[in-house]
Design a protein around this ligand. Sequence first.
Ligand SMILES: [Cu+2]
Length: 294
Amino acid sequence: MRPPSTRRQFLVSTGLTALAATAGCVSSGSTGSAGENGTETTTTTPTETATPSSTPESLDNWLSDANGYDGEPYRYGPAARPTIMVGAETDEGLAFDPPVFEVPPETYVRWDWTGHGGQQNVVALDGTFDSGRTNAQPGTQYHFVFEETGEYRYVSEPHRDDGMKGAVIVKEPPKSGNSKVDEWLAHASNFDGSISDRTDTATATVTAGAEGNGGQFAFDPPALKITTGTTVRWDWTGKGGPHNIVSRGDGPLDSDLVVDEGSAYEHTFEKTGTYLYSCKPHEGLGMRGTVVVE
Ligand SMILES: [Cu+2]
């Protein structure tokens, strides 16, 4: 009976090696490239070569099948200690919740096992962090402190092919140059460091219930600059539930909690300064805004 091909190749190879050992100069043409020192098995055994890493895939592309991800990373501010659920149940399947988020460097991130979906772990593709063996126990926790900026892709190994994947984006919070604005808005996902200049208008408008912070939980623009005597009007989109406009501390803004599209609230700013406000129900999500009056 004919032996399996690998066995046969092994025998051929051994023969060649033995020959090489005696003759000292045998071409290994028939068996592929033999190692310089002719180890028997490695040259001819058809082992799988390590998969070469192909062209780096963009983060967005890699996340396109991440369960529970709507394409907009959640943003945590500098003082946050995010907790990520491991095994959240979404329409698409098991997920990390939130699956993708931004944090500043030095952030302590914790993953909490829900117990849903069986065995789970938290493993960075580049090896930066690894919770170790899979575990199905609710209450299991793992944490990692992110020191370096970068994009860290991770999976739960038993479910990586089913879309249970996520990413931690570590980057410095946006900077506008106004430290009060930057500090207050570090947590607002739609703040990119720019302050909209409305110093040339008598009325500036802000959308309440704009896209951001993981839903319709943003003010747009989150930061604006006006001159004294300018009226700012907030227009409700009617999305994201009830919103209000309330100053931080004892500032002048204090609207009703309103849900209807088309609602508006106005305030005319007479004094210079940097005014911070939020929607109280969604402040923790990052629904925050600022008005700089010059
Ligand atoms: Cu709100």
